[in-house]
Ligand binder design. Sequence first.
Ligand code: 5RP
Length: 231
Amino acid sequence: MSAEDQKRICGVAAAALVEDGMLVGLGTGSTAKHFVDALAARMVKEGLKIRAVSTSTVTEDQARALGIPLLTLDEVETIDLTVDGADEIGPGLSLIKGGGGALLREKLVWEASRRCVVIADAAKHVVRLGKFPLPVEVVAFGHTGTSRRLFDALAECDIGAAPRLRSRDGRPFITDSGNVIYDIACGVIEDPSALADALKSVTGVVEHGLFLDLADEVLIGTDSGVDRRSP
Ligand code: 5RP
């Protein structure tokens, strides 16, 4: 089964977890896109009634085009279920997210959610986090200086990687919240929790892509179907 098919079957399986009347968090990325499609299909076929909060403008556009009623995060208190993709899934359902640049809004939506389900193709499962460059969202003002302080903070965690400014079409990539992203090729992250603390302590860092103790369940697409895992 192709990675795309694995993503699709996970999206469909996650859409089956949604119940009538739920407030649903919509993730971002190619896997979350399958979930949003499958959710909209259930609304049409079964008359399922839900409302949703999006983690990005891209997903918002998709949801709006499919007729999914949207609320902003400020209009809600608690989201029943959020379904989102991940770039790496490590021990205890620790995650790296943000490959699509939506990590800040994703984390805000996840933290407002009662239950968070990750959907991913089998290649996302890793023994240790760190092969995928860790995205860190940084305030655009003075970001070059922030990247130098990030380098120092990384060195204190024995990570000798230089943060790399993400670009698109030759210009810095700007997030939905107007920030830039630095990607950090950490290599094996020995202590994700210590690294998360160190990154958050740098002035100018808004958020990082380590999602620790946030995922309740993972649905992984495999050749034999969807494999469900809890921490
Ligand atoms: C976006 C994300 C995505 O969930 C992550 O990049 C996975 O994307 P995909 O489903 O396309 O592999 O964190 O910020």
